[in-house]
Design a protein around this ligand. Structure first.
Ligand SMILES: Nc1ncnc2c1ncn2[C@@H]1O[C@H](COP(=O)(O)OP(=O)(O)O)[C@@H](O)[C@H]1O
Ligand SMILES: [Mg+2]
Length: 383
């Protein structure tokens, strides 16, 4: 018992001091919507395109078009030949953006050279040019023709669009992985580094309680995964509809974008789970933390969501794993990916609260930490 009697015990004082320090870090932090300095952007875009023309024989006629993303650590700009969208320029705005573009370029060239992938490589965007123009990095990708998944109507997504995305990514998983038993050291390798980073985020939860809650997550994932057969492969790591381009004519995948968070040697179901969880946030206007908290507590997957996971499992077989465990893994990966992508997430008090603290404290509300979050037998693990 700390803090009993008169005065505060030293451990309680340390705890409070830590909370105050975190509060100061939070209040002093940037907001996610803080714009980057846009004044320098047009000149940097022109310089990058000029570099691409002179070093990579990109046609002179290609011109910069609309900016697709300006906030964030990488600006994304259309490149057009007349009215045709021919390429997309990705221009870093910060050291984190440089690192993210460099990683993406590395993953794309690794996958392009991987003969196991054969025809599947048609889904990858082709890198037309790249460079570092003191001090920022850029990359020019050929445009994948079609419609971005976020612009597809629900009827097209339900009528085959989501299934096509799951089967397309499952083909990558099949080609690059296999079924293995998730040993303790494998599971620790997946979860300990991101959990340590999460535990270190500035939050209003005191340190002792935060560490206990992080430990609950660790124990829950370990108990749900260790000893089970899992399909382990390369993952995309950020599979959501904004990163999938569909053919204009039919809800079939034409390309998969945004490979900066791809990793090798992970449970393959992280990708379809991320697609489903981020899909829920987009449909319901909620944060990922809210969606994962619900699944941790009692919510179950819908029948169409379970069907998509079944389709993935048919391609990449493994033991059934409880939904809350899969959701926690996908959450951990997503949060960690965001922290890697930009330091601004860690300094954003509302983001940390909604996406991290809410998931951590959801455990405290659960009276059955060992139960499945799935109501139907389908998504639950065999005991
Ligand atoms: N190669 C490409 N072909 C077609 N559209 C693209 C391409 N790259 C990016 N886009 C468009 O730009 C958007 C943002 O690009 P993306 O690489 O996903 O960056 P981020 O999500 O990190 O901002 C995508 O959702 C897509 O609409
Ligand atoms: Mg994206």
């Amino acid at each position: 018992m700390v803090g009993g009697g008169r005065g505060l015990a030293p451990s309680r004082v340390r705890e409070l001091a830590g909370t105050l320090r975190d509060l100061a870090r939070l209040l002093g932090g940037n907001r996610l919507t803080d714009g980057q300095d846009l004044r320098a952007l047009p000149a940097e875009e022109e310089a990058s395109l000029q570099h691409a023309r002179s070093r990579f024989a990109v046609p002179e006629a290609w011109r910069l078009g609309r900016r697709l993303t300006t906030v964030g650590d990488v600006a994304v700009v259309e490149v057009r030949d007349g009215a045709d969208l021919v390429a997309v320029l990705k221009l870093s705005r910060s050291p984190a953006g440089d690192a993210s573009l460099a990683l993406q370029q590395e993953v794309l060239s690794l996958l392009a050279a991987d003969d196991r992938l054969g025809e599947w490589r048609r889904f990858l965007p082709e890198v037309l040019a790249h460079g570092v123009l003191d001090p920022r990095r850029y990359m020019l990708e050929r445009a994948v023709r079609g419609r971005v998944g976020t612009s597809l109507p629900d009827s097209a997504l339900a009528g085959g669009g989501l299934r096509s995305a799951v089967l397309s990514i499952a083909a990558l998983h099949r080609a690059t992985g296999g079924r293995e038993v998730a040993t303790r050291s494998l599971v620790e390798g997946w979860i300990d580094p991101p959990l340590a980073r999460i535990a270190d985020l500035p939050m209003l939860l005191g340190r002792t309680r935060r560490l206990a809650l992080v430990d609950d997550v660790r124990r829950r994932i370990r108990s749900g995964l260790e000893g089970r057969a899992v399909w382990i492969s390369r993952t995309h790591g950020d599979l959501s509809l904004g990163n999938v381009i569909y053919r204009a004519a039919a809800p079939e995948v034409a390309g998969i974008l945004d490979w900066a968070q791809s990793r090798d040697g992970e449970p393959a179901w992280i990708d379809p789970l991320t697609l489903l969880l981020v899909g829920r946030t987009q449909r319901h206007g909620r944060e990922l933390g809210d969606v994962v908290r619900d699944l941790r507590r009692s919510a179950s997957l819908t029948a169409p969501e379970s069907d998509l996971l079944m389709a993935h499992r048919a391609a990449c077989p493994g033991d059934r794993v409880d939904t809350d465990v899969m959701a926690l893994m996908a959450w951990l990966r997503h949060v960690d990916g965001n922290l890697e992508k930009s330091p601004r997430y860690a300094a954003h008090p509302v983001w940390v609260h909604r996406n991290v603290e809410r998931v951590l404290t959801a455990a405290a509300a659960s009276h059955h930490p060992g139960r499945s979050g799935v109501s139907s037998a389908r998504g639950a693990a065999p005991e």
